[in-house]
Design a protein. Structure first.
Length: 367
């Protein structure tokens, strides 16, 4: 086993503390950070979907990208590159988002939910690990989205520049945007505190290369567990914090912004895990890479935003557990259309995985 990378642990611990603080200051429960949920909120905020309860310009996303960008520039690691199967990456990003919204959270929120006692996240984690395992089998057999190419700096700066523009517009003319008055979109910490914490989290994530999918992938392929230590740190910090603040609630039913439809929690995260392996990183990692100048990751982020809009415009996203007027449990889950979308996504990933394997004649030549 390789030595512990303490930068990974420090980055994870900070993200855990920041998530607790943001939740205490107004973010939804078990949602101090959620890349999928916050990109969805931004998609609604700029009018790409009309789900009124999930619309807001989340400073956490802006801060993560800009924090990673500033750190990459400071350390001489900002490298503009792109051109690695951009259309395929856009599609993969969209389906990763559809899977995440079926589960109601990205891999990062999955860990935060588990630290809050939500056992549905454990089901999601099993599905996530299964999806990564499947993706790894294709990696071992030569799957590749082909090489990328060095670009001019302006190309690599597109997503950070868009984030700066979004920040300026929101602060200068907030009436341009759709903002939720009820629901998760209306629940948020102070804009400036959220932005500040996210800037630091983005910078630390850039240094540590935090990636949940990468951690499980590396543990399977190379018996290298160092990236997982970051998420173990997140889990432990959040678990201790929730126990200390009395917000820990162990169980499956009626968890905050979660449903207990186990099959679709698992399958949604199978889609996320598999897609993340094919893309080379989970949603958090895609944001950080885009901040470093990776245009392919920027395309993936655009795909995730489009997937979020598609999911809410067509009723594909999950619905949380609730109580009816008689006080009886109504188990949430996803609609029939959402189930079709998740299964279609798994089928699309299978096709993409097969079509991007080495051609037989090339394999023969190598042998």
């Amino acid at each position: 086993m390789k030595k512990v990378n303490w930068m990974v642990v420090i980055a994870g611990a900070f993200v855990g503390v920041a998530a607790l603080v943001l939740t205490l200051l107004g973010n939804p429960a078990n949602m101090g950070f959620c890349i999928a949920c916050f990109l969805r909120d931004i998609a609604g905020g700029i009018g790409l979907h009309s789900a009124e309860k999930v619309q807001y310009i989340r400073p956490e996303i802006i801060g993560l990208v800009l924090g990673a960008c500033i750190m990459a520039l400071a350390k001489g690691e900002f490298r503009a590159k792109a051109g690695s199967s951009p259309a395929t990456r856009f599609v993969l990003g969209a389906f990763v988002m559809i899977g995440a919204l079926a589960f109601l959270g990205c891999p990062l929120r999955m860990v935060l939910r588990l630290g809050g006692g939500d056992l549905n996240a454990l089901i999601g984690m099993l599905g996530f690990a299964l999806g990564i395992f499947v993706g790894v089998q294709f990696l071992k057999r030569g799957f590749s989205l082909r090489r990328n190419y060095t670009m001019g700096r302006p190309e690599g700066g597109i997503l950070p520049a868009l984030m700066v523009g979004l920040l300026i517009l929101f602060l200068a003319v907030p009436t341009l945007f759709h903002l939720s008055e009820t629901g998760p979109g209306s629940q948020h910490a102070s804009f400036w505190i959220a932005l500040g914490l996210a800037l630091v989290a983005g910078a630390l994530a850039q240094r540590a290369r935090l990636c949940m999918a990468g951690g499980i992938r590396d543990s399977i392929m190379f018996q290298d567990f160092k990236l997982l230590y970051g998420f173990i740190a997140i889990f432990l910090v959040v678990l201790i914090g929730n126990l200390a603040f009395g917000t820990f609630k162990l169980g499956f039913e009626l968890q905050p912004i979660a449903h207990s439809s186990h099959l679709w929690n698992a399958l949604g995260m199978v889609l996320v895990g598999w897609g993340s392996v094919l893309l080379g990183g989970c949603p958090l990692r895609q944001l950080i890479l885009a901040g470093e100048g990776n245009g392919d990751s920027a395309i993936t982020v655009f795909g995730m935003i489009a997937g979020a809009a598609f999911a809410h415009n067509f009723g594909l996203a999950g619905n949380a557990d609730s109580l009816n007027e008689a006080g009886e449990l109504v188990v949430g889950g996803i609609s029939s259309a959402g189930k079709v979308a998740v299964l279609l996504g798994i089928a699309v990933l299978l096709v993409i995985s097969i079509l991007n394997m080495p051609q037989k004649e090339k394999a023969v030549q190598k042998n």
